[in-house]
Design a protein around this ligand. Sequence first.
Ligand SMILES: Cc1cc2nc3c(=O)[nH]c(=O)nc-3n(C[C@H](O)[C@H](O)[C@H](O)COP(=O)(O)O)c2cc1C
Length: 206
Amino acid sequence: MSDFLKAMQFRHACKAFDTQKKIPAEQFEEILESIHLSPSSFGMEPWRILVIRDEKLRKALKASCWNQSQITDASELVIFTTDNDVVRSDSPYVQKMFERRGMSAEAVDMYVGIYGQFIAPLEEDEILLENWTAKQCYIALGNAMTCAAMMEIDSCPIEGFDKEEVEAILDLEYGHSVAVMCAFGYRLNPQSQQKRLDLKQIVEYK
Ligand SMILES: Cc1cc2nc3c(=O)[nH]c(=O)nc-3n(C[C@H](O)[C@H](O)[C@H](O)COP(=O)(O)O)c2cc1C
């Protein structure tokens, strides 16, 4: 079996973290790098990652995260936020993201045009735009969890929170929002059995 699948088997949504065990800095940087290297639609990288280390802030967040102990007990708490403003079609950021590919001016214009058509229906509705930037974060989230598991570091993805309350606590910049969170650290208890549908139930060949 590949190391990748072994890591997938090691990973589970860790509910109870050992408060005494801290992730070594180098390994945590590797997890951050897996986020950094993740692909995003049109290469827009709309994620803005917050690493929450302040104990008081963690406590305040916990109350708005269904009181989940992972928020305060994990070695690291990563919050995937997004910048929904810079990805609008008329933003200089979009222009720069295409220009950095080293294409001709005509090719950049062409990409900006295609992107503009793609994003137009989403930017009419803030929620659609937020959903699109959040989708990109979930790709990075998956990579980060598997990257951690490859180093035998546990994680718990967290969607169980009051978005408005969390955004108020974090005092996010204009146009930014919270997509999802992930706690990283070391399990206290043995891994729960992985429960999955049969592969046949979810895969169909046509
Ligand atoms: C996007 C996402 C959000 C989740 N949010 C929470 C959460 O808030 N709290 C929690 O304990 N587990 C959360 N989970 C864990 C899932 O319940 C868990 O992954 C699923 O039941 C499968 O179990 P396993 O990951 O242990 O194999 C979340 C999982 C995902 C993918």
